[in-house]
Design a protein around this ligand. Structure first.
Ligand SMILES: Cc1cc2nc3c(=O)[nH]c(=O)nc-3n(C[C@H](O)[C@H](O)[C@H](O)COP(=O)(O)OP(=O)(O)OC[C@H]3O[C@@H](n4cnc5c(N)ncnc54)[C@H](O)[C@@H]3O)c2cc1C
Length: 280
């Protein structure tokens, strides 16, 4: 399958990419290409111009400073899995990237591409939402930060403006006593999550975060379950009620048989049990 014809550009700075985005034609940024190119080959996307952003130095690299890990948008999944700073400060991100697709997908796909593509069933949105990350975005009005809780608007729709690009993801360092789990039920054909649960517990159990992907129109937090666990502690008797609360309040659609809510209940329960085992 071939794509429709398009003009190809290679940007070497964020400003250059932003200038092309502002041309008003249908312009698409190319990161790892593992979501964009299949769409173009299927003719579900036919941009007039494709701008390769992989050579922009500002989009690469991982730094940790003042309790925040900043991950460049072009950081590939494999680097997120192995980077020592991410492993030390935000291990949930590494745990999540480790189960994306296969080796080839992890070698090419990027954190920025995955988050901006905003597939309902992508893995990384759950991790960045559970970690209260901020998206650092550059556009015609300069740089702004968008909390992960406001970034995923609808299936394949983010809060990015048409002329904005994601530069980096800022992830607050997890507390030193944090224990985390990313648990996914992969679709047998695609490997994408039918459901994925990102979970961490820290500050002696006072903070619990649960974010769920794959099952609703966008990734979501299980706020009622989080509050219940923060009040009652993470233990064998609280896990059942937290899983029930997560299922009851899950914003799932088209669930006539109750299958999706049942998946939420089972996978939240399993993710919490796994996290509880690693708890100090
Ligand atoms: C066989 C296969 C299996 C996969 N399995 C999984 C899986 O199990 N779980 C999972 O989560 N994902 C999976 N993926 C998707 C994979 O993670 C992709 O790498 C990811 O969705 C897109 O990242 P990319 O870097 O390839 O982005 P691209 O395909 O290059 O871009 C995707 C979209 O994001 C935009 N974009 C890219 N970077 C930026 C930026 N910095 N700023 C603004 N817009 C940007 C592009 O314009 C495009 O619209 C799979 C993909 C394949 C092909």
């Amino acid at each position: 399958m071939l794509t429709a014809p398009f003009e190809f550009r290679r940007a070497s700075t964020v400003n250059e990419a932003a200038d092309w985005l502002q041309q008003g034609t249908e312009v698409k940024l190319l990161a790892g290409g593992h979501s964009l190119l299949p769409l173009m080959k299927l003719r579900l996307a036919a941009p007039a111009m494709v701008v390769d952003i992989s050579g922009i130095p500002e989009l690469h690299g991982v730094i940790a400073h003042d309790g925040v890990v900043t991950v460049g948008a072009m950081t590939r999944h494999v680097e997120v899995v192995k980077n020592p700073l991410i492993l030390a400060e935000a291990p949930l991100l590494s745990q999540t990237a480790a189960v994306i697709g296969d080796v080839q997908v992890r070698n090419r796909g990027t954190i920025g591409g995955s988050l901006c593509h905003a597939d309902t069933a992508a893995d990384l949105p759950a991790a960045v939402l559970a970690l209260d990350a901020q998206m650092v975005v550059s556009g015609p009005d300069g740089v702004r930060k968008i909390p992960a809780s406001e970034f995923f608007v609808a299936p394949f729709v983010t809060a990015l403006g048409p002329q904005e690009l994601l530069v980096a993801v800022e992830v607050p360092s997890m507390p030193s006593d944090a224990v985390s789990t990313y648990l996914k039920r992969p679709h047998p054909a695609s490997g994408y999550p039918v459901i994925g649960v990102a979970c961490w517990v820290g500050y002696g159990g006072a903070t619990v975060r649960l974010a769920i992907t794959g099952i609703g129109p966008t990734v979501f937090r299980a706020a009622e379950a989080e509050a219940y666990l923060a009040a009652h502690g993470l233990n064998s008797s609280s896990i059942g009620e937290a899983a029930r609360l997560a299922a009851v309040h899950a914003p799932v659609e088209d669930d006539i048989t109750g299958y999706k809510r049942q998946l939420v209940s089972v996978y939240v329960s399993r993710a919490l049990q796994h996290t509880a085992k690693g708890k100090n």
